[in-house]
Design a protein around this ligand. Structure first.
Ligand code: S3P
Length: 470
């Protein structure tokens, strides 16, 4: 990839168009992991071709699975076609299954991907292998104690840098693991999923409790692959999941819906731009991922939702041959967003957890809303690909917005007329895309430093950005 270190975004007079987004990143990672744990052939249709998911695919290969682009399915899965071409990929995964995976010869490079790091650690914990997980400078600042502690309790051996706090992370797997009953230390789907993946290799039934419910893709996808996973209410908003160890994961074909976290940029662009109508096709609307739609609607955004049958996205042979559960329990919809008159809202800590990846772009919506928006309990944002609290505040302030940081809370005064400025993405994909969207509604051109980070989750983002200028 040629690295250009600056992108300039011109204001847009109108926004119109229909977009197909990259395949959901969270679902794409999990589909690759589960296909590798299953013996036999799985197809993954319309997975994200972003750098993060490529890191996971390369690691699955290092563990002994054959992971190859499936050209045949590419044409069949509509989501792989234009204008989505280049951002989605369909994979055929042929794996010996959990018991046949091999000892990797070198370090497992997670690149920029925290999801790869945490989920693969959980997967390795119950295998008779040693894995060393590492990645780029940003990944080396991501906390790992949150997974080391529960996985050790299950019987695996883990070591990390700086007193077991930061990557590189070494996992010495153990078979079988112990079933446990524990509560995740922070609301994190990555931590929960690491435990659930390890639990597949434990003797007995493991229970994972969350004080605040997070995305449940792992649970839905395990069920679709024949593993018994139950959800039980666990007091005041909490939820507990139980999973039976020792069940083999079945190979199935799965369609990956469009990524809601990518859709969020266009939902905000459409609502804050005075002359906009954008249609987003086949977006994943899993109830644990759609909080951004509900928060924007609470702000007054005009977002229409048209449910889509999963099988409709898979045409031709791939759709028919897959037979099995085409969506693996992941609902999809087309979303239409139109120019809206936004008002401020109060975003509570559980809402922050539910919309964790969309908070940066929601801050941009807040800067355009009438009144002052408060986002409470957003501390986890400091531990993402960058310190997103500092990054979003710096970028939006440079463009003229009034953003106040008070501990882990953000207060954004609305009604700003953003002006073009130079903003720094901090090499963080979600900040790069937020500032680019801000550039569409600013009064003069906006410059984004280190814009290529967008390709971590959304290859083709900047061409979509040019494509929606009517
Ligand atoms: C993810 C969970 C979230 C999210 C990340 C993807 C996942 O991270 O921010 O982009 O796929 O499970 P945490 O679990 O650290 O909150």
């Amino acid at each position: 990839m040629i690295r250009t270190d600056l992108a300039t975004v011109q204001p847009a007079a109108r926004l119109r168009g229909e977009l197909r987004l990259p395949g959901d990143k969270s679902i794409s990672h999990r589909a690759l992991l589960l296909a590798t744990l299953a013996a036999g052939d799985s197809r993954i249709l319309g997975a994200s071709d972003g750098a993060d998911v490529r890191s996971t695919a390369a690691i699955m290969r290092a563990l002994g699975a054959r992971v190859e682009p499936d050209g045949e399915a590419e044409g069949a899965a509509e989501r792989g076609g234009a204008p989505g071409r280049g951002r989605n990929v369909s994979y055929r995964v042929d794996s010996p299954g959990a018991d046949g995976l091999r000892q990797p010869g070198g370090t497992l490079d997670c690149g920029n991907s925290g999801t790869s790091l945490r989920l693969i650690a959980g997967m390795l914990a119950g295998l008779p292998l040693v894995g060393v997980l590492d990645g780029d400078d940003s990944l080396r600042r991501r906390p790992v104690a949150r997974i080391i502690e529960p996985l050790r309790r299950m019987g695996a051996e883990l070591h990390a840098r700086d007193d077991d706090s930061l990557p590189p992370l070494t996992v010495v797997g153990h078979t079988p693991l112990r079933a446990v009953d524990l509560t995740t230390p922070v609301p994190s789907a990555q931590v929960k999923s690491a435990i659930l993946l390890a639990a597949l290799r434990a003797e007995g039934r493991t229970t994972v409790r969350e004080r605040v419910a997070t995305r449940d893709h792992t649970e839905r996808m395990l069920r679709a692959r024949g593993v018994s996973v139950d959800r039980v209410a666990d007091g005041d908003g909490g939820v507990a999941w139980t999973v039976e160890g020792g069940t083999a994961v079945r190979a199935i074909d799965q369609l990956v819906p469009g990524d809601m976290s990518a859709a969020a940029f266009w939902l905000v662009a459409g609502s804050i731009h005075p002359d906009a109508e954008l249609t987003l096709r086949d977006v994943g609307v899993n109830p644990t991922r759609r909080a951004v739609v509900d928060l924007l609607r609470a702000m007054g955004a005009e977002i229409e939702e048209r449910p889509v049958q999963a099988a409709a996205g898979v045409e031709g042979d791939a759709g028919r041959a897959s037979g099995a559960d085409p969506d693996a329990g992941e609902p999809m919809a087309d979303l239409v967003v139109r120019s809206s008159d936004l008002r401020a809202i109060d975003v509570s800590p559980p809402e922050v957890a539910a919309a964790i990846d969309e908070i940066p772009v929601l801050c941009l919506a807040a800067a355009h809303a009438r009144g002052t928006t408060t986002i409470r309990g957003a501390g986890e944002l400091r531990h993402k690909e960058s310190d997103r609290i500092a990054g979003i505040a710096a970028g939006l302030r440079a463009m003229g917005a009034n953003v106040e940081i008070d501990g882990d809370d953000l207060r954004i005064q609305g009604g700003a007329h953003l002006r073009g400025a130079t903003t720094d993405s901090l090499d963080d994909h979600r900040l790069a895309m937020t500032f680019a969207i801000a550039g569409l509604v600013a009064t003069d051109p906006t410059t984004i430093e280190r814009p290529d980070s967008a390709a971590v989750s959304y290859p083709g983002f900047f061409s979509d950005l040019e494509g929606v200028r009517a």
